[in-house]
Design a protein around this ligand. Structure first.
Ligand SMILES: O=C[C@H](O)[C@H](O)[C@H](O)COP(=O)(O)O
Length: 271
């Protein structure tokens, strides 16, 4: 049921705080047309909603990116307030590790915790079947390792990330590759998807044109598709068969829950 946000009864609160008041007690709610939220506020609403799934004693996969950082921030806040206890986090990037340390969240790794209770992370694209593109921030390998062993994987996005099919945004589908002969690997990746009008580009940083280097000392090749990729499982298998490839950013059949914040409200969809 859609619940209108009672924005007039709390004039001292910000638009987002009003939205958050309602989100804490319902799994779906609408946002009054008079409340205009920024994209960051939508990300925060989705993130806070996801943290409602966190219980004391859980081992958590901590995602990476501008949406996941709000979830990590919220977990730190609830720990500080004593509302959550005995949480252990497994970060999916060095950046998230630094954020978690700064918030006092106890950390561990997959060697010590090979199965996790719950992971919360953002995504770059989400299709109607909850398949994802991730890694535009370069963290796809650790994310896939961590989120692949979670009992529950909650994906948090604003509605701009929803696509009809992966690659549909026309933006990058990242592939992490070893630096050795990267041009060779990039060309092989491009040729795999000639029929989809694929262009493969090495990710570089800033104006100096140096390759972007991941937390694992690898490079990223971004694939841009003009047409539908087609069979995602077949595409995944073909990419992973190339010897220079470490991992790709398609997260197929991994997400168990999707939380989308948009101008009409927040929806929670379970697989
Ligand atoms: O490598 C980055 C991660 O896969 C992010 O989770 C993804 O890019 C979404 O990031 P954001 O929430 O900043 O859009």
């Amino acid at each position: 049921m859609a619940i209108p946000i009672p924005h007039r009864i709390c004039p001292q609160k910000s638009a987002m705080e009003k939205a958050m008041m309602v989100s804490s007690s319902s799994s779906s709610f609408s946002i009054s047309p008079s409340v205009i939220l920024t994209q960051d506020e939508l990300k925060k609403i989705a993130a806070y909603k996801a943290v409602e799934f966190v219980e004391s004693g859980m081992v958590l996969g901590l995602g990476t990116g501008s949406t996941a950082k709000f979830a990590v921030e919220r977990i730190g806040e609830l720990l500080r307030q004593g509302k959550l206890q005995n949480i252990v986090g497994v970060p999916t990037s060095k950046m998230t590790e630094e954020q978690a340390i700064s918030l006092g969240i106890p950390l561990s790794d997959l060697d010590s915790h090979p199965v996790l209770d719950l992971a919360i992370d953002g995504a770059d694209e989400v299709d109607p079947y909850l398949n994802l593109v991730k890694g535009r921030g370069g963290s796809l390998l650790r994310e896939k390792m961590v989120e692949g062993v979670c009992r529950k994987f909650v994906v948090i996005v604003d509605e701009s990330k929803l696509v009809k099919h992966l690659g549909g945004s026309g933006l990058a589908m990242p592939v992490e590759i070893v630096p050795f002969c990267w041009k060779f690997t990039a060309e092989r990746l491009q040729s795999l998807f000639e029929d989809s009008g694929c262009v493969a580009k090495l990710r570089t940083c800033g104006e100096n044109g140096y390759p972007f280097v991941t937390d694992n000392s690898n490079y990223i090749v971004d694939l841009y598709f003009k047409k539908d990729i087609g069979d995602l499982k077949a595409a995944s298998d073909a990419i992973l068969r190339l010897a220079g490839v470490v991992e790709h950013g398609m997260f197929l059949d991994m997400a168990t829950t999707l939380i989308v914040a948009g101008k009409h409200g927040v929806t929670v969809k379970n697989k």
